[in-house]
Design a protein around this ligand. Structure first.
Ligand SMILES: [Zn+2]
Length: 140
């Protein structure tokens, strides 16, 4: 056995049906490849495909988690009021994404429906007054 072929390669004997053997031989002839090379390429391709599918699955899971997180942050339309409180545990401001720590003053969004808690930092709550000023200008 040559040293090049010996490199990390192993023989694998597998029992296959006559029909599969015929199909492999026909495909190998069509591709002008030895049957063993065709079988190896097909097997490697199948495992690459499985790996791709698993990576895509993980990517989909990661994206949907991210979507749930950002959706929870983005939907503030149904908040009817902001209640001042002192945080006991860290949170992120839904307005500016500022990191809020335990002991920080914050405002919790109150909604009619149950949902993920939304917090605003004091500067973001002060900014809420601006749309009212715009409406006064429109009324003129
Ligand atoms: Zn903020």
């Amino acid at each position: 056995m040559s040293r090049v072929r010996d490199r990390q390669e192993r023989w694998l004997h597998a029992r296959i049906s006559e029909g599969l053997e015929g199909a492999l031989k026909r495909e190998a002839r069509r591709r002008r490849q030895p049957v063993s090379l065709l079988v190896r390429n097909v097997l490697e391709g199948a495992f690459d495909l499985v790996e791709d599918l698993m990576e895509n699955g993980l990517e989909v899971a990661r994206r949907s988690q991210e979507l749930v997180r950002t959706a929870g942050r983005a939907t503030l339309e149904d908040v009817y009021g902001w209640q001042e409180l002192i945080l006991n545990r860290p949170a992120a401001c839904a307005g500016c994404d500022a990191r809020l720590r335990g002991g920080d003053p914050a405002y919790r969004g109150l909604r009619d429906r149950a949902g993920p808690p939304a917090f605003l930092c004091p500067p973001c709550v002060r900014r809420l007054g601006r749309p009212g000023a715009d409406r006064e200008e429109e009324a003129r």
